[in-house]
Design a protein around this ligand. Sequence first.
Ligand code: PGA
Length: 255
Amino acid sequence: MDKNLRKAVIAGNWKMNKTPAETTALINELKPLVENADCDIIVCVPYINLNAAIDAAKGSLIKVGAQNCHWEKSGAFTGEVSALMLSDIGIEYVIIGHSERRTYFGDTDLTVNKRTKAAIEKGLTVILCVGEYLEQREQGITFEVVRSQLKIALMGISEADLDKVIIAYEPVWAIGTGKTATAAEANEVNCAIRSLIAEMYSKENADKIVIQYGGSMNAKNADELLSEYDVDGGLIGGASLIAADFAAIIKAASK
Ligand code: PGA
């Protein structure tokens, strides 16, 4: 497997943070800091901020993503937003299956699969999140958990569709806790994910697919994590809300 086959992808997951005006301000602050980046940059903002983010990001390398989408085109699904609606306003990326969606909003492996399929069908690239809880790591079943999450999430996803999938390995115990997986721990799981893709699809697919790490990645630890062979980028929460920190991670990924 050759890291030269893959370009790093750094995605910010803003979660439920920032108003539209604050979105414009943060992106404007970020733009000059990432002018010379040599990686893909995405900011995933709350739905209500998507238009402001698209406008602010115009003419820069920054791309805009959403944090979830529903699998139906339209209908009686109060509070939901469809993949069609996102693609219609020019959104190219969407996070699916984040552990906060799974933990607090009832997302399951099966709904993650439905959302993933709908998003790809509408031309979106999915940042598909998987990861184990602390108890699962302690029981030594991390690989089993992640394998099963991925096998279900990717049901019905063809080899061609896989070009529209970025995988984010996010150990739940490392999200928002300040507790990062060590670079070796992150690489070990990312490597296992790549082997699973080779098993489910082909070695070529496995070589190509971008596998991020997420969970308390910050300006200080990004360099070490991103220098691991199978860590092709990051999904960043807290540190993506501070322009200088997010830019430092982007700089580390551009090496
Ligand atoms: P964190 O969040 O960087 O704040 O840990 C990562 C995520 O939830 O995607």
